[in-house]
Write a protein that binds this ligand. Sequence first.
Ligand code: TYD
Length: 289
Amino acid sequence: MDFSGKAPLDFARGRLFDYAAAALLASVLPWKTGGWGSLFATAVKLSSNKLRRAARAIFSCLSSSCYHPDVAARGKFITFEGLDGSGKSTQIEKLARALRSHGVPVAVTREPGGTLTGERIREVLLHSTTSGLSPLAEMALMFASRAQHIHEVILPALADGRVVLCDRFTDSTEAYQGAGRKLGTKPVLALHEILCGGLQPELTILLDNEVAFSVERARRRNRKHKNVRPDKDENRFEQESRTFFGRVRHAYLAIATREPQRVHVINARGTPQETHALIRELVRKKLKI
Ligand code: TYD
């Protein structure tokens, strides 16, 4: 990973160790040297500096959900989640347009994909002729695409001060591979930690709708695409059963309950314009943009 700084937790932990070391020094050195007065004053000054820095590190760690404090200070990372056919692409387009009209620099991207390598992986993952792919291999490919995406697109855009609008991220893997394919949440979160450095969006917008409605819409859309571009086939997941998508939706809602600060459920049953108004309001309130 191309992180130039430390994870906030490691950073805070390091500071606490510093503070503990300073306190130890403050109590042991005077006894060793006998110079109680001046050494005590130095130790108190040293430890209060350490304490201040520890407090600042903990505060920055708690106040920002984004992994890299410097990156968080500059860009904003927003992800969109939901079942196939939940209307993510339309809503991303609308939000990007709205933000740009206010002069906000925006980068729109997607997963799997978003990079040359990622788009190749996407083809393998989504093509309906890809058969016999094991759930573990599927999860590994999702993460391979994501690791490259973070490295090549997401972090540079955040460092550049952009608002990154990403169609799907690790919540998709937790919902589809973790719940849909029954691999469980644990391996997904563990891989996220290792391969994505624990990068978290500031805001995740979960577009929620009934399974039957969303999946039917996705299938209709893909049939239409197939007539226009017979060479383009992204149907593998849409062939899954309603029960599969039921598990996916349930997992999404569970993630939203687990992380209410980050994940906001948006009712996607209205018209695209109504849904956009809800999203615009949320983004304004939550991220002040
Ligand atoms: P997407 O292009 O967003 O499809 P749609 O526009 O129909 O919502 O996503 C492609 C498919 O990839 C989708 O069926 C969900 C699946 N997917 C996973 O199973 N795991 C993942 O980690 C990601 C990112 C996507």
